[in-house]
Design a protein around this ligand. Structure first.
Ligand code: SAM
Length: 423
């Protein structure tokens, strides 16, 4: 509340210009061509919020209270729904909601470009967790004359808000600065990829230094990549096929995954990791302990080389209806982990033993699997711990285990020396 009150002294400073407020759909603005110096818009983010349905709650009371003062705003019994730009799935399914959203957003962007002066600036705010949410933005943007020339992630959401708990909610939105200009007709995939790679690494460095992390990091990277391929009307591969927004997003995901894993593990050991270990580390960093829709989980898995449909329900990847969850050690059983040699499975086994105070068995497992003398094992444990919040059960187990690490490795070294002596 205090933060909100702090804003009031600033927003009430005006320059005495009387603002004009009009109501219309963003898809048909009541203004002539080339009229505005700048347009700022914060459109709906795909399917995130059912605005009109939420508004109905207030609308019915406002209509009674002040409906006679503004009759033109309260003509309908409930808020108008037909032109609302939201990807609803209840009206005709998921695909039809996606198509509607994309069409309407495209119309709105074309309108912005029409009313903007030739040297004007349009700022578009957007964010979404899902790839579909970004595909629609890219497709709509590419068909307008608005070309993004810069993008910035800005933290717009409160971390402690209800929606952020237990879900991988985003903290930031991407601000796209766009200009009205002609796009280049065709970009060739190999060259565009090269351009993205060169540009994005520098941006990824900056974003990392600024402390942006997890899912927010991915969307900031998507923003930067849109600056590159948004310059072209279409991107083609050398066989003459048009490259879809989805393909470009997969490519960005691969670059970011690779970069993020190297950063999370402080560059040292990422090359020696199995796909499942890469997946686990990246998942914790990106989504923490949240459930994630299948399609997004599949894409993250793909970028680490894991086929999620083959891996689910066999280890730490669990499918729960349309969601995927990556379970921690405290949610697994010893028998189910069995004799697996996968690093994460061994780590989970060790943490379960740690929880029960079975120190001798920890040593046995680490000796027998060979992980006890491997620096990478402890580094991964440390990296996972760093990605988790303080109250996480998994983090507590990891930190407990790591705090006794020096003694443990000393004892393991001694035991392997003894074993060698008797061989
Ligand atoms: C992300 S919200 C903007 C929130 C706003 N920046 C704020 O802080 O309150 C998107 C808004 O777009 C509105 N909207 C949806 N369809 C629209 C349309 N066709 N024309 C104009 N606005 C629309 C929604 O009702 C919602 O208020």
């Amino acid at each position: 509340m205090k933060t909100i009150l702090n804003v009031f002294p600033t927003i009430t400073i005006t320059n005495n210009l009387n603002p004009t407020i009009t109501q219309s759909s963003a898809t048909s603005l009541p203004y002539p061509d080339n009229y505005f110096d700048a347009v700022f818009t914060d459109p709906p983010y795909y399917d995130n919020v059912p605005y009109s349905y939420l508004s109905d709650f207030f609308y019915v009371w406002l209509k009674r209270g002040i409906g006679d003062l503004y009759p033109e705003l309260f003509i309908t019994p409930l808020t108008p729904k037909s032109k609302e730009i939201v990807a609803y799935s209840h009206k005709g399914g998921y695909e039809s909601g996606k198509r509607f959203f994309e069409e309407m957003l495209k119309k709105a962007f074309k309108e912005i470009s029409r009313v903007l002066k030739p040297d004007g600036i349009a700022t578009i705010v957007y964010t979404h967790k899902s790839t579909s949410g970004w595909e629609t933005l890219i497709n709509s943007l590419l068909e307008s004359d608005l070309v993004p020339t810069a993008s910035w992630p800005i933290e717009t959401e409160m971390k402690a808000r209800l929606r952020a708990r237990e879900s991988a909610a985003l903290a930031s939105s991407i601000y796209f600065v766009c200009r009205k200009m002609e796009r280049k007709e065709i970009g060739w995939l190999n060259e565009v990829k090269e351009e993205i790679r060169n540009y994005i690494y520098k941006k990824l460095d900056d974003l990392w230094k600024e402390g942006i992390s997890g899912a927010d990091y991915f969307i900031a990277a998507i923003g930067s990549a849109i600056e590159i391929f948004g310059k072209y009307r279409k991107v083609m591969d050398y066989e003459g096929r048009e490259v879809s927004a989805g393909d470009l997003l997969n490519y960005i995901r691969e670059i970011v995954t690779d970069y993020a894993i190297r950063q999370i593990l402080h560059d040292s050991i990422s090359a020696e990791l199995s796909p499942l270990t890469r997946f686990y580390v990246l998942w914790r960093w990106t989504y923490g302990e949240a459930r994630v829709r299948f399609d997004d989980a599949r894409k993250l898995a793909q970028s680490t080389g894991v086929d999620i449909e083959r891996a689910w329900n066999r280890g730490f990847i669990r499918k729960e209806k349309e969601f995927i969850r990556v379970v921690g050690p405290h949610e697994r059983k010893m028998e189910e982990i069995g004799e697996s040699r996968e690093l994460i499975d061994v780590l989970h086994k060790v943490l379960l033993l740690w929880k029960d105070g079975r120190k001798e068995e920890i040593k046995e497992v680490l000796l027998e699997t060979g992980y006890g003398n491997k620096e990478s094992f402890y580094k991964i444990a440390q990296a996972i711990s760093e990605t988790l919040p303080t109250e996480s059960k998994e983090k507590k187990l990891l930190d407990g285990f790591l705090s006794g690490r020096d003694r443990l490795t000393e004892e393991i070294r001694e035991a392997s020396r003894q074993t060698r002596l008797f061989e």
